[in-house]
Design a protein around this ligand. Structure first.
Ligand SMILES: Cc1cc2nc3c(=O)[nH]c(=O)nc-3n(C[C@H](O)[C@H](O)[C@H](O)COP(=O)(O)OP(=O)(O)OC[C@H]3O[C@@H](n4cnc5c(N)ncnc54)[C@H](O)[C@@H]3O)c2cc1C
Length: 254
């Protein structure tokens, strides 16, 4: 399978079975919970939400009283139809101290407040329940968010491995849920703590924490651009066909 995206851009027309992006929809914050000191999960009620596939993201638009708007991309953390409410989606936002939008979402917005949401977006970086292959997930920092949606959607139906690179144990998002889900035999989690020793993803880390190419896993890697590029190149060096490696880069929204 080859990447169906046109060079330099996202596929514009969703293939059959993948929900298409809506126009802007009002979204009301229904609830929020803190994941760690910097990250918060937000549950939004979005009437008219068309559903999503694990791996997709949305654009959140904030509007000030003077009409100024700011918008950023956020991955959907909840599994499709996750909580039984078809109109509810969960996002997890990590605060960037000098950021414009993320501190509002992690520290200020309260239940009952409204934003606008457009989505779901993305057709390549999605997991399909019909795929059947073992799943290899590689997360850098907040890149865990769409991978958590995949773990929740997989829900033990196929074997799954997660390599999670994060600064320190205090920066882990979804730690309790990952521990609970990995107590069975269908999910294995390996943490790579990059601080204080400055450890980085390497051929040795990949060899120890990921499926071998012979297992033919479907691979999803998400995080900062440099991390994702390093992971993808180590995986191809290890013998994984590039077409089996799906990547999503978190960076400033263009
Ligand atoms: C497809 C996609 C999905 C995303 N999903 C998530 C998600 O699930 N959770 C989440 O927390 N974030 C996610 N992001 C990142 C998010 O869109 C914003 O970039 C992030 O919240 C920062 O926005 P801000 O307004 O606070 O910072 P800005 O005001 O935009 O930027 C502040 C400073 O930080 C730098 N910067 C901006 N974004 C990043 C970044 N991601 N990493 C490092 N430096 C950055 C800027 O260059 C600038 O110097 C995603 C990005 C993309 C493209």
């Amino acid at each position: 399978m080859t990447d169906p995206r046109p060079a330099g851009g996202q596929r514009l027309v969703a293939p059959p079975g993948i929900p298409r992006p809506t126009s802007w929809l009002p979204a009301t914050l229904a609830g929020a919970r803190r994941e760690n000191a910097a990250a918060r999960t937000l549950a939004f009620d979005v009437p008219g939400w068309p559903g999503h596939r694990a791996g997709q993201h949305v654009i959140v638009r904030l509007r000030a009283e003077d009409g100024y708007t700011a918008q950023r991309s956020y991955s959907i953390a909840s599994a499709p139809g996750g909580d039984g409410s078809g109109d509810r989606i969960e996002l997890t936002v990590q605060r960037l101290p000098d950021g414009e939008v993320s501190p509002y979402l992690t520290d200020i917005i309260e239940p009952g407040d409204q934003v606008e949401i457009r989505g779901p977006i993305g057709s390549w970086f999605t997991w399909s329940p019909t795929a059947g292959a073992p799943v290899q997930l590689i997360a850098g920092g907040s890149g865990i968010v769409p991978l958590m949606a995949i773990i929740r959607a997989v829900n033990g139906t196929v074997p799954c491995r997660l390599l999670y690179s994060v600064r320190t144990p205090d920066d882990v998002i979804y730690g309790d849920e990952l521990e609970r889900r990995s107590s069975g035999s269908r999910l294995a989690v390996t943490y790579l703590f990059t601080r204080p020793e400055g450890r980085r993803i390497s051929a040795g880390v990949v060899a120890g924490a990921t499926w071998a190419p012979e297992v033919a896993p479907e691979i999803f890697a998400c995080g900062p651009s440099g991390f994702v590029e390093a992971a993808a190149s180590l995986l191809t060096d290890a013998g994984h066909p590039p077409a089996t490696i799906k990547t999503e880069r978190f960076g400033p929204t263009s």
